[in-house]
Write a protein of this length. Structure first.
Length: 432
């Protein structure tokens, strides 16, 4: 009997949506005792997420026809492999302040053939940089503690899973389960279908991947066209959609992806090879002989751990506005990274392309502990909803706008009316 997918919303792919650098993150760590917070938010299918291919038989995330995992050269000499943060600090210091109407002096900066960094790019450099004394050390036993805590918390679920079925846990179902459970079940039952809003995420991320290795100064639309061409040559369902969709749908994808790639190149600094940039970096934690699998893909990682000293930065790109679930998404990735290699990332940052601003958060043991409890609680609730006799909890919120149950959900309709009324009030000119 084949293995059936549990906890993955679509049967094939799924999509993984202003702080000032140097100041504390405006988002407080999620208390471990209150992990079921108001994190209801629609996933990036309507935003700028990258579609990830999930094996229809096993539910595992695969590379598919999306972004490739870009591993750096393993034999990179230590002297050539500059410290990420020291290198970034040099670039940030080299970027001068330019007064209005003053001719800006040239600034040396590797990548993309670009010689000047705009203020938004300088802000990113300031965010990513850290002195050696500011890089935290973690206990070498941390990975064993975290893995043991996961196993203790999730062990009861193994007996709940029938036969040889597996439970796959990723950021999207976790976000859903901590939001509206009715929507979680409804989305999981709905058949997956590609559309321009979803395809643009795959195209945008593929174009960003190509930009990291482009020999000349990249033109956004050229990157998008090349990304579409590469994805069209694939053999999966995304390639089928690109080959058979209407011309107007492909034009919509091209226009929307061009906007997102343009914003990335405008707001994010050129990435040097010495920073070890990796796009769509896969991370996975397998428990109980793969009966339970925690998995994800990070949009962009920079740097690498130095022994037990944290020096890696995890970055997720979003369009639209801030949502609490975006913070929890990256914390989940940090937890997986800590279990995988033993040293957590130094920093997490959600970067919003529409505003050109990052939301950073330093990784601490408290952040990891909050992510651990949220993961255990979410996975437990997921397993009981799918195989137990518990009733789903309905929670209204912003994701109601995209819920397949909206037509018959009075709570969701009422929430949308209240939200729209508040928007109308905020648009009024009170000076009239």
């Amino acid at each position: 009997m084949g293995v059936r997918t549990i906890g993955v919303v679509e049967p094939e792919p799924w999509t993984d949506a202003s702080a000032v650098p140097g100041e504390p993150s405006p988002v407080a760590p999620t208390p471990a005792a209150d992990v079921v917070a108001d994190t209801h938010v629609v996933d990036d299918a309507g935003e700028a997420g990258a579609v990830q291919v999930v094996d229809a038989r096993t539910g595992e995330i695969g590379p598919g026809a999306v972004l490739l995992l870009l591993d750096g050269p393993e034999d990179l000499d230590e002297d050539v492999d500059e410290e990420l943060d020291a290198d970034i600090d040099e670039d940030a210091a080299a970027a001068p302040h330019v007064e209005p109407h003053e001719e800006p002096p040239p600034v040396a900066s590797a990548g993309f053939g670009q010689t000047l960094l705009n203020p938004a790019q300088q802000e990113v450099l300031a965010l990513l940089g850290a002195k050696a004394s500011e890089r935290p050390e973690f206990d070498a036993e941390l990975r064993h503690h975290l893995r043991g805590a996961l196993e203790d918390g999730l062990a009861p679920l193994v007996e709940l899973l029938p036969g040889d079925e597996q439970l796959f846990v990723s950021k999207y179902p976790l976000s859903q389960i901590h939001g509206c459970e009715d929507k979680f079940l409804a989305d999981r039952a709905a058949p997956f279908a590609w559309n321009p809003s979803i395809v643009r995420g795959s195209v945008s991320h593929k174009a960003v991947e190509l930009s990291l290795h482009w020999d000349t100064d990249p033109v956004p639309l050229e990157l998008v066209d090349e990304a579409v061409a590469r994805l069209t040559e694939g053999s999966g369902s995304l390639a089928d959609w690109l080959q058979t969709s209407a011309a107007v749908d492909r034009a919509e994808v091209r226009a929307q992806a061009n906007e997102r790639v343009s914003k990335f190149l405008e707001c994010f600094p050129p990435l040097k090879p010495s920073w070890r940039p990796v796009t769509e970096s896969a991370v996975k934690v397998e428990l109980f002989d793969r009966r339970i699998v925690l998995q994800g893909r990070v949009d962009l990682t920079l740097g690498h751990a130095r022994g037990t000293t944290a020096n890696k930065v995890l970055i997720d790109f979003k369009s639209g506005g801030f949502a609490p679930a975006h913070v929890d998404d990256l914390r989940f990735y940090a937890l997986l990274e800590a279990v995988r290699i033993g040293t957590p990332p130094r920093m997490l940052a959600t970067y919003y392309l529409d505003t050109g601003r990052p939301f950073p958060e330093a990784v601490t043991e408290g952040v990891l502990d909050a992510a651990l409890h949220r993961t255990i609680d979410g996975a437990t609730r997921m397993a009981h909803l799918l195989h137990g006799d518990v009733a789903p909890v309905r929670r209204s919120g912003s994701s109601c706008r995209w819920c397949p149950l909206l037509a018959t959900c009075a709570d969701g309709q009422a929430w949308i009316r209240r939200a729209d009324d508040l928007d109308d009030v905020s648009d009024l000119d009170l000076d009239d």
